[in-house]
Design a protein around this ligand. Structure first.
Ligand SMILES: Cc1cc2nc3c(=O)[nH]c(=O)nc-3n(C[C@H](O)[C@H](O)[C@H](O)COP(=O)(O)O)c2cc1C
Ligand SMILES: Nc1ncnc2c1ncn2[C@@H]1O[C@H](COP(=O)(O)OP(=O)(O)OP(=O)(O)O)[C@@H](O)[C@H]1O
Length: 318
């Protein structure tokens, strides 16, 4: 199990007392790790390998909130994955600790050298560091892998650069996965994360129209991850450790002139029960179609029957 360790600001003297001893003398990889995509997996795999060779724990470290949320809040994207989910995926990659360091204006103001000294040397006393070729750090992104290699060398710290992982001729990144989701390409996003995009939400009350149509839907609220483009999707919805095939509608219901672009409604296929106030985990497997305005309720329900049949077929062959 990857253990999440929350740390105060590394520029704060309280950081030493807050750090368990077991997290020192390890091999470190710093990033945001949103989505824990195939590039991150390659990097973290090398972090695990180097930790095995040098001894000590394999450590991933991220800064929360994401620095962009402090520097340019208007540009801050929604995240792909909660920190808990990142840790769960890192468990499979053999990462011992996910350090979650508090981001502060003082931290963002550190020069690359001051950041290196504070985190890699003073706080963690690392035996090794592994980063991808495009890694930058410190104020104004001054530091890159060349300076990091030099400073690690000066401190007797092993340093490795992971080769960048690409798909279809372009580098995989969290940004690219967000772009795919914005186009509704949940299949492409899943290929880059080696797992489907997961939306967790609490079931609230919709207009209660779905049940009268013969297709009850759970309306997800309190979603704090990226919601893909409006459309109809095939996927799975898990509640209480039971996974149900599902047809998911994201966006407005133009037939009824209701809802908004980020509304997520989930029809659990073959399920009949009360889901209000429950937590639902929805995996988005494939896109079925775009959202359409129907001229009659009968036309809508005919289409919903087809969607469900098509979703079931997609899920069987996926
Ligand atoms: C699989 C699926 C596909 C849907 N597709 C459309 C659509 O294309 N156009 C539309 O107006 N509503 C569509 N709906 C939304 C229904 O109109 C919606 O479920 C109904 O209005 C119930 O809303 P409520 O849950 O707020 O009661 C779809 C719903 C589901 C479950
Ligand atoms: N495709 C990739 N292959 C290998 N390493 C990668 C890849 N993408 C990112 N990394 C490395 O992972 C670490 C964490 O990077 P980060 O989480 O910021 O990734 P990112 O996917 O590029 O994010 P964003 O799109 O938000 O910039 C860095 O060392 C970075 O170089």
């Amino acid at each position: 199990m990857t253990e999440i360790v929350s740390l105060p600001d590394i520029t704060d003297s309280a950081v030493d007392a807050a750090l368990p001893r077991a997290v020192r003398r390890g091999v470190l990889s710093i990033g945001n790790f949103d989505g824990v995509h195939l590039g991150h997996a390659r990097l973290l795999g090398q972090t695990r390998q180097l930790a095995d060779r040098l001894g000590g724990p394999a450590i991933a470290c991220l800064f929360d909130p994401h620095p962009i949320a402090i520097l340019r809040p208007e540009l801050a994207p929604k995240r792909l994955t909660s920190i808990d989910l990142r840790a769960r995926r890192m468990t499979e990659l053999g990462i011992d600790f996910l350090l979650v360091c508090q981001t502060s204006p003082a931290l963002l103001n550190l020069s690359a050298k001051a950041f290196f000294d504070a985190l890699v040397c003073d706080t963690l006393d690392c035996r090794g560091v592994v980063e991808g070729e495009n890694f930058c750090f410190g104020k104004d992104r001054q530091g890159d892998v060349d300076v990091l290699r030099r400073w690690c060398g000066e401190h007797g710290i092993q340093f490795r650069v992971a080769e960048m992982e690409s798909a279809d001729g372009a580098m995989i990144s969290s940004t690219r996965i967000r772009d795919l989701l914005a186009e509704g390409d949940v299949r492409g996003a899943a290929a880059m994360m080696a797992t489907p995009h997961l939306i967790r939400g609490r079931v609230g009350h919709g207009d209660r129209r779905g049940r009268t149509l013969g297709f009850p839907t759970a309306n997800l609220e309190q979603i704090d991850v990226v919601i893909p483009a409006a459309g109809v999707y095939a996927g799975y919805a898990s509640v209480d450790d039971t996974r149900h095939p599902a047809a998911i509608h994201i966006g407005e219901s133009p037939t009824f002139q209701s809802g908004d672009a980020t509304k997520v409604e989930v029809h659990l296929i073959g399920f009949d029960g009360d889901l209000y106030d429950r937590t639902l985990d929805v995996e988005l497997i494939d896109r079925v179609r775009g959202v359409v305005r129907f001229d009659s309720i009968d036309a809508l329900t005919d289409q919903l029957r087809n969607d469900i049949r098509f979703a079931q077929q997609l899920l069987v062959t996926h």
